[in-house]
Design a protein around this ligand. Structure first.
Ligand code: SF4
Length: 391
């Protein structure tokens, strides 16, 4: 098919005026099979090139299918395009999700990756992130405990393996790991990996280069450290560390040759431009995996009154935006899925390709059985392998 695509592109560039050629390339790039390709070629042959307006990848703002094709051809969406996605009308929602699915399908087919969280140290953090029930400024009634025992972490891994989860995520509430916590992680990770077919993601707060290197050495596959929001908005949600501190950690993770997992939280009072800027920043950072949370406002946290305005349709537009901005990254619908997407949860998976199974850090998720049923109803399939390329 690649040869046919190249031949047809060549013919078109010979007969069409120069200014239209980028547009023609986009039109041909997102097609899945020979028959669709020939059909599109036929339509293009009957196009009056002289009256056709010149469309470049940058000025597509309402034709989502065309935007998807541009993204598949390598176009990096602009801030304006990101804002247009977020601002799009409810009437366009199905077209938008269909276009997002076109991109998702190319890199992930109809597969879904499952993740499971383990809150390995709860409620003892000296930082002041406004959304977090575990921070020093939170009065939320949550369990508080130090680093969990080996047995509890192994039990969690066993459940994850039984549930066909791909990645077991070990999380601690902390500014960064203490030496004792580092040693505990270095002890338990090889044991888990020797016994179960699980990838390990560690979320331990801010890391030095030496700590990141040690995590790589002991068998951690990936580190999660969310940027959470845009650089501009960060100081509104946290004062005890900066956005740059978080970027420094992500750079250390990359330099340690670990995969980067980083995403954010929508609904903290940020503007649409912050949501767009975060999407593009994550692309710049080369993030492998992007968890998108929709704020679950927890009583007793500074942001307890935020997030209520989010609608399921807005959440879907956010997921479509992140898929367009980061076509090849895993995109996970994370915390707040159940309360904000509600009955539209399945539609989110036309853009995203991953979910957390079970509970979140301090809030409950829905039953794993309900998630399996949702995936089966969608005709999607749980996978433990890396992304697939659909031609
Ligand atoms: S650093 Fe992590 S655990 Fe601590 S307050 Fe912020 S989000 Fe919560």
């Amino acid at each position: 098919m690649q040869g046919l695509r190249e031949l047809l592109s060549l013919i078109l560039t010979r007969i069409a005026p120069k200014g239209k050629q980028a547009h023609l390339t986009i039109r041909l790039s997102g097609i899945y099979n020979d028959w669709q390709l020939l059909n599109e070629f036929y339509l293009l042959l009957h196009t009056d090139y002289n009256t056709m307006s010149t469309i470049t990848p940058e000025n597509i703002t309402t034709d989502w299918n065309q935007l998807a094709e541009a993204v598949l051809a390598g176009h990096v969406i602009t801030q304006e395009q990101g804002l247009a996605v977020l601002d799009s009308d409810d009437d366009q929602l199905l077209d938008l999700m269909s276009a997002a699915f076109k991109v998702r399908r190319k890199y992930f087919g109809k597969t879904v990756q499952l993740y499971q969280l383990m809150n390995a140290k709860s409620g003892l953090c000296p930082e002041d992130c406004g959304y977090c029930s575990q921070s020093k400024v939170s009065d939320a009634e949550i369990p508080k405990y130090n680093f969990l025992s080996r047995d509890k972490l192994m039990q969690g891994a066993e459940i994850a393996a039984q549930r066909n989860v791909k990645t077991y995520c070990i999380v601690i509430s902390a500014r960064g790991p203490s030496e004792r916590e580092m040693q505990a992680v270095e002890t338990i990770i090889p044991e888990i990996k020797a016994k179960y077919d699980l990838k390990i993601c560690a979320c331990l707060g801010l890391l030095t280069q030496e700590q990141a290197d040690r995590l790589k050495e002991c068998g951690v596959d990936r580190v999660n450290h969310n940027v959470n929001t845009s650089a501009d908005y960060y100081e509104k949600i946290c004062s005890t560390h900066t956005y740059e501190d978080r970027i420094d950690t992500l750079n250390a993770v990359r330099d340690a040759d670990l995969e980067i997992c980083s995403g954010g939280i929508i609904g903290m009072g940020e503007q649409p431009i912050d949501v767009v800027k975060m999407a593009l920043e994550l692309r710049e950072l080369g993030v492998h995996s992007i968890p998108i949370n929709f704020l679950n406002p927890i009583d007793g946290t500074p942001l307890e009154n935020q997030g209520a305005h989010l609608t399921p349709r807005e959440c879907l537009r956010v997921l479509a935006l992140y898929r367009f901005a980061n076509p090849k990254s895993e995109l996970r619908i994370a915390g707040g899925r159940e309360i904000h997407l509600r009955s539209l949860q399945p539609m989110g998976l036309y853009a995203a390709n991953s979910i957390f199974l079970g509970d979140y850090l301090t809030t409950e998720g829905q039953q794993a059985e309900d998630d399996y049923e949702m995936l089966e109803d969608l005709g999607f399939e749980v996978t433990k392998t890396e992304e697939v390329q659909v031609s």
